[in-house]
Design a protein around this ligand. Sequence first.
Ligand SMILES: C[S@@+](CC[C@H](N)C(=O)[O-])C[C@H]1O[C@@H](n2cnc3c(N)ncnc32)[C@H](O)[C@@H]1O
Length: 210
Amino acid sequence: MKKIISYIYPVTKKITSKYSGNLEITWYNGKKHLNSKNANYSYGSLQKILKIGLKKINLTNCKEILVLGMGGGSVIKSLRDTFNYQHKITAVEIDPIVIKIADEEFDIREDEKLKIICDDAQHFMQLNTKKFDLIIIDLYIDTKVPSPFLKIPFWQNVSKSTSTILCNASLELNNNDKLLNINQFLTHKNYQVSFYEKVNGSNTLLIANK
Ligand SMILES: C[S@@+](CC[C@H](N)C(=O)[O-])C[C@H]1O[C@@H](n2cnc3c(N)ncnc32)[C@H](O)[C@@H]1O
């Protein structure tokens, strides 16, 4: 019913999160989205942006993917349904409310192929010793990438753990200097780095490979 009504006007449910403030689950034009106050978190434009990034990556030899910033899990759905990726995914998400929303609203929950870890991605990467074939970085609080994720120590840990990175890097133009630093660091570590700006009209994507 909600789905049908949503073609006429959006139907919204609000949930408060300690990390992201008011979150909204909105049915719009027959599709359910997860939004923060000023940003689309999952499904909708965010999902399209990450799909554009994933199309530029060769997933053929990927057997284990790490997603930092699980949100409602739209990139997990894209990997499985659009890219037919059937191997393991580990997803890290700081917000237990978001993990509950992913489960109850979007059918994203742990199974034999999906491990969900409730942790700060910075802390997780400090302790991580495992190698992943691809790390997808999609860490936002509303429209902002939290500052530790634009600093080199985080990227040092990422570079120890993978040869391929897809990062939803920024909505904000004033992050350009920080992105240039990250570019320099990754290039120095022998990655080939590409930036795609205004993807789907808004975000900057970083793709790095070695
Ligand atoms: C844009 S959403 C992620 C969307 C998700 N990748 C998808 O495909 O649907 C950003 C997520 O990053 C999470 N996040 C923000 N800071 C974090 C941190 N320090 N550690 C882990 N997750 C964090 C937020 O709680 C939010 O769920």
